[in-house]
Design a protein around this ligand. Structure first.
Ligand code: SAM
Length: 354
């Protein structure tokens, strides 16, 4: 009857508010526990009988602040240093299985990272024990087992469902910073493409010869991701663009105001990383969508210090209402990506007139 959600440290309140509101909407209410800066939230159902409903209806991808979603047994405490495996195997037996694999994890905090040596040592014997107990099987459709350690004597054991969970350990994609990219921001767009466009359709939706506009482009980390894919980019920013990137011949740099600029012809992609009020960015994206000026848009909302969950929902409503008002069908999703800081990434896909 417990859900564990990993999140960015400092965003526990947002993650908790979101899962509580979502669970109520799905008819499986409960309460959340979230210690400040712990980088995870636990959610507990008021009525365990509503778990099947939650399992069936909760969509990990629709959650903005959760990096990972695990259905867990109650916390295991007091694991003896001499035999941690015994009690954990008993919980694994109660969870069912078999599982496709097991991941030993901690929260994404500096304190929790100090457990990494212990986890490395514990991984092999625990894996062997699970194997011996028939808990590890073959097949990508099987749930994945997670052992989430709070400290070396305290852990949650739970599982995630394929298609309803992050495919990365700890919910963190380890992307390598490309040496030629002009800024670290490039990793944000790379992760966003993996998250929102990844899968079989990626090659079709991001391909050579397409056109894009990058608002707030300088020095060019996002433009670089597009140019890597041989996409033609209009880079709008008063600041200077990286000369090596400009030498690709695929970029036109316009020193103009990103809020006023509109393309003469519709483009395939709008990307926007301008630092501005979230509602102003949302209104801009809605305007591009309503005018069918792009097929897809990837944009960042830099969140205020307070009411951050409410702010995302306000921006979501603003875009949805604007598009519905002009009869446009679209998909809109937000996620706080690993490479996002005090911000979330939004993705809009314009499908067509209703
Ligand atoms: N995505 C870029 C990258 O990967 O290198 C970094 C963008 S940086 C976070 C934000 C940029 O937005 C700045 O270069 C700033 O000049 C630009 N900017 C802010 N307001 C703008 C506006 N109204 N019009 C155009 N650019 C703007």
């Amino acid at each position: 009857d417990t859900l564990i959600l990993y999140c960015r440290g400092g965003f526990e309140k947002e993650c908790a508010a979101e899962i509580c509101a979502t669970a109520v909407r799905l008819g499986a209410p409960g309460y959340a526990r979230a210690a400040a800066d712990s980088a995870y939230v636990s959610f507990h159902l008021h009525d365990p009988a509503t778990l099947p409903r939650l399992l069936e209806r909760l969509r990990w991808r629709e959650l903005v602040f959760a990096r990972q979603l695990i259905f867990a047994a109650p916390q295991v405490t007091g694991l003896p240093a001499g035999d941690r495996i015994g009690p954990l195997l008993a919980v694994a037996a109660a969870l069912g299985g078999p599982f496709s694999e097991v991941w030993l994890e901690t929260a994404d905090t500096n304190e929790a990272k100090e457990l990494s040596t212990f986890l490395k040592k514990f991984d092999k014997p625990f894996r062997l024990a699970l194997h011996g107990a028939g808990k590890l099987g073959d097949g990508p459709a099987l749930p994945r087992l997670h052992a989430f350690f709070i400290d070396s004597a305290t852990a949650y054991l739970g599982y995630s469902l394929p298609d309803q969970a992050s495919p990365w350990p700890m919910g963190i994609p380890r992307l390598r910073m490309p040496r030629a990219a002009p800024s670290r921001s490039t990793l944000k767009l790379e992760e966003a493409f993996l998250e929102f466009v990844g899968g079989p359709q990626a090659a079709e939706r991001l391909r050579a010869g397409q056109t894009a506009v990058d608002l707030g482009a300088a020095p060019g980390g996002w433009t670089w991701q597009l140019v890597q894919r041989q996409i033609h980019v209009t880079a709008v920013d008063n600041g200077p663009m990286d000369p090596a990137l400009m030498a690709s011949g695929l970029v036109e740099h316009l020193r103009a105001d990103g809020f006023r600029f509109r393309p003469q012809r519709p483009v395939d992609w709008l990307v926007c990383d301008m630092v501005e009020q979230p509602a102003r960015i949302a209104a801009l994206v809605a305007d591009w969508g309503a005018g069918r000026l792009c097929r897809e848009a990837m944009f960042n909302l830099k969140l205020p210090m307070k009411k951050r969950y409410e702010e995302v929902e306000r921006c979501r409503a603003l875009i949805e209402q604007r598009l519905a008002g002009v009869g446009i069908e679209a998909r809109l999703r937000f996620k706080q990506l690993y490479h996002d800081r005090e911000e979330v990434t939004g993705h809009l896909r314009v499908l067509g007139p209703r």
